[in-house]
Design a protein around this ligand. Structure first.
Ligand code: FAD
Length: 380
């Protein structure tokens, strides 16, 4: 194994693997270091590619990123499916946001007006129209908003396709933890593994998800302000598909969604908890998910439980990712994708290694890791 690379990616989740695959395809000598690739948040994720239905009024920069990445997904998925020979279960049949009470309906109206103002595809529907689209919806659903451009994908299929495609493109996977960033004359030069072995690189990209803030050797001024945000999620098995598209709603003040997979599985998520690095699946978390999902689609309680899991989203203070150079030459970040790392993977790869269409420079500015430095107004 060569121990010097053009690019060394620390972390093999959906973000690190997307960046590494794209770089290897461009002819760079690439390595990814990860003791358990694809086991982090990317393993737990539902896989919604839903920037429109997730939009909130205060998050326009995030919406811009999401739309730019959603646009890239069809080509990214096609290229990845071809390079790996894997089917990603990528579907673009839209997301249906539903409402029950008068307040929820008013919120949907506001969202419809906001999306119309931004020129985004979203159609306001009555309760009956919602049930015509999704017959398993509860009779209490009084209206909905169909974000026709939103899509979804199976993140586990994506990461296993990325691992295969990375190998085909000549990328090296080192199944080991990066114990420490190595620097020479204040420039990042590689990492040391727990065995003492070193991997050298012209450029190190830190893409270790929720763990990105704790790599030893990274100077404090370059350490990303990333924190773990716990999400519990369930996978239910249905003999026949119960939904045609993603369905979301706000129940008891919290967001709940159901994502159908091609094989009949339904993913039901997700809690958002500030619990540090705790990945225990709790009775209370699962109870809340089932209680809320049953309000949207009563039939879910009949389904077999296939799996319960918890993952740690890499959260940042402003909910925006950290992508690009740090103050340390030779060290870049690709982390902090919080609730949207699957959605943002193609854009992140383009921002890190260049892509088919050059990304709008405004998008790089939104993601710049330098925005939290003192004196930076951090405006987007
Ligand atoms: P991860 O997938 O966590 O990968 C980080 C990797 O780094 C891990 O493999 C880990 O082993 C490795 N690592 C850690 N430390 C080191 C080290 N020192 N050296 C080497 N490797 C290291 N996003 C969406 O877009 N749509 C969704 O529908 C969606 N649903 C979600 C549902 C849940 C319940 C959760 C938890 C998340 C969801 N997300 C969703 C968010 C998404 O999963 C994350 O934003 C994304 O997976 C982050 O990817 P990542 O590669 O940065 O991190």
């Amino acid at each position: 194994m060569a121990d010097h690379f053009d690019l060394l990616v620390v972390g093999g989740g959906v973000i690190g693997l997307s960046v590494a695959w794209r770089a290897a395809r461009r002819g760079l000598r690439v390595a990814v270091a990860d003791p358990a690739p694809a086991s982090g948040a990317s393993h737990a994720a539902a896989g919604m590619l839903a920037p429109v239905s997730e939009v909130t009024y205060t998050e326009e920069p995030l919406l811009r990123l999401g739309l730019a990445s959603l646009e890239r997904w069809p080509a990214f998925a096609a290229e990845l499916a071809e390079a790996s020979g894997h089917d990603l279960d990528h579907r673009a049949d839209g997301t249906l946001d539903v409402a029950f009470g008068t307040d929820d309906l008013a919120a949907l109206d506001d969202l419809a007006a906001f999306t119309a103002k931004l020129g985004l595809p979203a159609e306001r529907l009555t309760g009956r129209e919602c049930r015509r689209l999704e017959p398993m919806l509860a009779p209490a659903v009084r209206g909905g908003l169909l974000a026709g451009g939103d899509a979804w994908v199976d993140p586990r299929r994506v990461t296993s396709a990325l691992l295969a495609a990375l190998g085909h493109a000549g990328g090296v996977l080192v199944r080991a933890r990066a114990a420490e960033l190595l620097t020479t004359s204040a420039r990042a030069t590689g990492v040391r593994l727990p065995t003492g072995e070193t991997l050298g690189a012209d450029l190190v990209i830190l893409a270790a998800g929720a763990w990105s803030g704790s790599l030893e050797g990274v100077p404090p001024e370059a350490l990303p302000p990333v924190r773990p945000v716990k999400g519990q999620i369930m996978r239910l098995r249905s003999p026949a598909p119960i939904l045609r598209r993603c369905v979301r709603g706000v129940v008891h003040g919290s967001h709940v969604y159901l994502v159908p997979r091609g094989d009949g599985e339904v993913v039901l998520g997700a809690t958002q908890e500030e619990m540090g690095f705790d990945t225990r699946v709790t009775a209370g978390g699962l109870w809340e998910l089932l209680r809320d999902a049953r309000e949207l689609v009563p039939g879910v309680t009949e389904l077999e439980v296939a799996e319960v899991a918890a993952g740690l989203r890499p959260g940042t203070p402003d909910n925006l990712p950290l992508i690009g150079p740090t103050v340390v030459p030779g060290l870049h970040l690709a982390t902090g994708h919080h609730r949207g790392g699957v959605l943002l993977a193609p854009l992140t790869a383009d921002l890190c290694v260049g892509g088919t269409g050059e990304p709008d420079p405004g998008l790089s500015a939104i993601c710049s890791p330098l925005r939290f430095r003192e004196g930076d107004p951090g405006e987007h």
